[in-house]
Design a binder for this molecule. Structure first.
Ligand code: UD1
Ligand code: UDP
Length: 363
């Protein structure tokens, strides 16, 4: 099959690596970068580091309002799809790139698969939640990380083409971690000792676009008394510049780091605090206690097993949990076995054989 794979934002570049490797054995893949993320440290550094082949197309869409960004990606995707005439499209996650590619595919009657289908926060104020619901309602095949995601799809009346395959982020992590350990000098560079610092990421609009919430989180980080490393997403950097707050030296704000540095920072942290979906899961995979700076999460499984705690954005709540949160010793596999991409490639290969068989049978 000729497959168009669509990526646009940081976690999608990381996730595409295991999937591209797995489907490359069976199919021709055309990689399309929408350009949603474009700073070197948000985009190209992942291609360089992970040796992901250069995308065949970069739509260069850049930043914009929800509507403008989605619409511009749709226009670019339509041109590429009409030219390439793919048999299949793959989208992943919940970004505007995911939504735009899914809508375009649907309108051109090209079947598409959604990786990370069925996850729900049940908070429709999040653009990602809206994206997920629309994409799942249109997808032809749904590749789910968790049993809970499968249940969500069933409860929305989606039963066909639903597969629980596990998390391709875990595949990526297992593949990259040995290289990260060998190549990253981030602890030396930042003068850090294992377990003597915490790692924080913040980028959700609910936190960055609400000055009160952002100030409350940063005030808490200011007061932990511990070294806190905060690789800052450009959205958050802009919000921080507009905020009237004095930051202590123990709170160390750095540029977004590459995947290898990030894995090493995560693996050696005493604690992770984040509002990122990917980082919550990576904290779990590396057995690092995680405080989630949100009021709800899609990744409920990590909370249920006791390794992740929702602390919201309230200063007092964050500080109360900062040193007291202690996960249990049990650490079950909840999001697959690290072979999600292989499962996906196998299912797509089988689907192609079935399609060819059905076509021949109907001639
Ligand atoms: C997007 C996704 C979010 C995902 C995140 C991963 C949507 C709706 N949201 O959020 O689900 O978790 O990516 O990081 O698609 N910016 C730059 N340089 C860049 C990229 C962004 O300066 O290379 C700044 C711009 O000011 C931009 C803002 O960050 O307006 C937000 O970027 P955008 O891609 O719209 O959303 P994210 O917050 O990155
Ligand atoms: N990440 C990274 N460098 C950073 C911050 C995050 O490489 O400075 C990685 C992180 O390890 C994870 C992914 O980016 O694999 C998560 O992306 P992000 O938090 O931007 O988005 P989300 O997962 O919330 O959609």
């Amino acid at each position: 099959m000729k497959i168009i794979s669509v990526v646009g934002a940081r976690p999608e570049f990381i996730q595409t690596m295991p999937v591209s490797r797995a489907i490359g054995a069976f199919h021709q893949e055309i990689l399309v970068h929408t350009g949603q993320h474009y700073d070197y440290k948000m985009s190209q550094q992942f291609f360089d580091e992970l040796e992901i082949p250069m995308p065949h197309y970069n739509l260069g869409v850049g930043s914009g309002s929800q509507a403008r960004q989605t619409a511009e990606i749709m226009v670019g995707m339509e041109e590429v799809m009409l030219k390439e005439k793919p048999d299949y499209v793959i989208v992943r996650g919940d970004t505007n790139s995911t939504l735009a590619a899914a809508l375009t595919s649907s309108k051109l009657c090209i079947p598409f698969a959604h990786i990370e289908a069925g996850e729900r926060s049940f908070n429709r104020r999040m653009p990602e939640e809206v994206n997920r619901i629309v994409v799942d309602s249109l997808a032809d095949r749904h590749f789910c990380v968790s049993e809970m995601a499968v249940r969500h799809l069933h409860s929305e009346g989606i039963h066909d083409g639903v597969y629980q395959v596990g998390d391709v982020m875990l595949d990526a992590l297992l593949f990259a971690l040995p290289m990260a350990r060998a190549k990253s000098d981030v602890l030396n560079r930042l003068g850090l000792m294992p377990r003597r610092y915490s790692l924080v990421t913040i980028h959700r609009p609910a936190n960055t676009d609400d000055p009160l919430r952002l100030k409350s989180i940063l005030s808490a980080l200011n007061q932990t008394g511990e070294t806190v490393i905060l690789p800052l997403h450009p959205r958050t950097r802009k919000a921080l510049e507009a905020l009237d707050i004095q930051l202590n030296d123990s709170l160390r704000i750095i540029d977004p780091v590459g995947y290898f540095d990030m894995l090493v920072l995560e693996e050696n942290a005493r604690l992770i605090a984040t509002d990122s979906g990917g980082v919550q899961r990576e904290a779990y995979y590396m057995s690092i206690p995680c405080l989630t700076l949100r009021d709800e999460t899609e990744w409920v499984g990590t909370v249920e097993v006791g390794w992740n705690r929702l602390v919201g954005a309230e200063q007092k709540n964050i500080l109360e949990n900062w040193f007291s949160f202690s996960p249990p010793s049990e650490h079950p596999f909840i999001y697959g076995d690290g072979n999600a991409a292989q499962h996906i490639a196998g299912i797509l290969a089988k689907a192609e054989t079935m399609q060819a068989f059905e076509k021949e049978g109907s001639l």
